[in-house]
Design a protein around this ligand. Structure first.
Ligand SMILES: Nc1ncnc2c1ncn2[C@@H]1O[C@H](COP(=O)(O)OP(=O)(O)O)[C@@H](O)[C@H]1O
Ligand SMILES: [Mg+2]
Length: 408
């Protein structure tokens, strides 16, 4: 099973290329599901079909669906929110405050991603192609499982969940409260389990990869590099950059203003493509600018042919080295004169403003506007950060034992 996420700025052709990819897969005999998590659903327009939350088979092996986050929100999250409110009210928390406490940021999008995972694990398809919506949102979305886990853990630590009977007893309202607390714990555990599953799916590079769609215009290269860094920071593997709407060069014999315009655009696009093709180890694909809007499976198939030719649209995933490694650089590892280095592989990190902070047991890493919290392995929690440096694409953070914590 493979999952491919298509992302990129608004209007560059994410929906079209996601649909085209699924169509090409289906026509080569692999069952494919294309699913949109973008609230601005246009997948139905691209495929010229009526889509809903349940996948429909449009032609042999080609399935499509729109995920309706609103409906999900009212259903699964609504129940949990209800439980939480009851518990908080039982504990004497003001109703308005309880309302505020039970609003999780981004939970709507998270449910959409959860639904993708459910679909990925339940249907007959070999590949799930996800039309993700704009990059900024996707990045936020992909960071959510981790962010929300942290949030939940802070609000309702696992150890506190474990003493539920005690807590319910303490609130002194008897049996009813205990049942309601139990229901809440079950719902929270369910959510936590979902989050763990999602994180595992996204981090599994043999399964999940991202394709970044863009149109080859000037300034796009620098932005692309930043996006690649941000995706790497979230631990995702980008297996392709797709340049869409690539124009043909006019034959040299063609004269006049239209030919001049086309020639200039073509030259500009080619220079951007040259810049992009030198970018890291990520493959660059191009799709032709179609004369008419490519909608409907036949037109999409044409686009897919210009994009993939005879190549496999979705090759098997590959195992990549772990994003984060820890190594001992001095001492025995148990002695107080030990030194450790945490290394984070982050292509493009040298370009961006980088900021680094220790927050409790986490390391907060920010590259430009994107931030990630990395939970430190237990040995490093008893250390302090003494230095950090960049070695090519590697961010190296040096830790030495904190004498006050080390011997414990
Ligand atoms: N290669 C292409 N040639 C011509 N038109 C295209 C091409 N790719 C996309 N389009 C058209 O551009 C518009 C935006 O594409 P869409 O896939 O909806 O972008 P996004 O999902 O990134 O917002 C649509 O009308 C689509 O039909
Ligand atoms: Mg779209």
């Amino acid at each position: 099973m493979r999952v491919v996420l298509f992302t990129g700025k608004g209007g560059v052709g994410k929906t079209t290329l996601a649909a085209a990819t699924a169509t090409a897969l289906a026509r080569s005999g692999r069952k494919a599901l294309v699913v949109s998590t973008d609230p601005a659903h246009s997948l139905g327009d691209a495929l010229e079909a009526e889509l809903g939350g349940e996948p429909v088979e449009l032609e042999p092996g080609l399935y499509a669906a729109h995920i309706d986050t609103r409906a999900l929100l009212d259903d699964s999250w609504g129940k949990l929110q209800g439980h939480l409110r009851t518990v908080l009210a039982g504990a004497g928390v003001d109703e308005l405050v309880a309302d505020e406490l039970t609003v999780l940021p981004g939970v709507e999008d998270l449910l959409a991603l959860g639904e993708v995972r459910r679909a990925a694990e339940s249907g007959p398809w070999e590949v799930v192609v996800v039309d993700c919506g704009p990059t900024a949102e996707t990045l936020r979305l992909l960071g959510l499982p981790e962010a929300i886990s942290g949030y939940l853990e802070r609000l309702f630590p696992a150890h506190r969940r474990a003493v539920r009977g005690l807590l319910a007893g303490l609130s002194g309202v008897g049996k009813g409260a205990e049942a309601s607390w139990d229901a809440t714990i079950d719902a929270l555990d369910g959510l936590a389990e979902q989050l763990t599953g999602l994180r595992a799916m996204l981090a599994d590079h043999t399964r999940t990869s991202v394709r970044l769609v863009l149109t080859p215009e000037r300034v796009v290269a620098a932005e692309t590099r930043r996006t690649l860094t941000a995706l790497a920071l979230h631990g995702l593997r980008v297996d392709g950059i797709v340049a869409n709407r690539v124009m043909p060069g006019p034959p040299p014999s063609l004269r006049g203003p239209a030919a001049r315009w086309l020639r200039e655009r073509h030259t500009e696009q080619q220079s951007v493509l040259a810049e992009l093709s030198g970018m890291g180890e990520v493959a660059l694909h191009t799709a032709d600018y179609a004369a008419a809007e490519p909608t409907g499976v036949d037109a999409l198939m044409e686009i897919a042919l210009s994009l993939y030719g005879d190549a496999d649209p979705v090759p098997p995933g590959i195992a990549t080295p772990p994003l984060i490694t820890v190594r001992r650089t001095a001492g025995t590892g148990t002695s107080v004169d030990s030194e450790f280095e945490l290394v984070l592989r982050l292509p493009g990190v040298a370009d961006g403003p980088l900021d680094l902070a220790r927050v409790g047991d986490d390391l907060a890493i920010g590259v430009g506007p994107v931030r990630r919290m990395v939970a430190l392995p237990s040995v490093l929690r008893r250390c302090t950060v003494t230095a950090a440096r960049l070695v090519d694409d590697d961010l190296c953070v040096v830790f030495t034992p904190d004498p006050r914590l080390w011997s414990r």
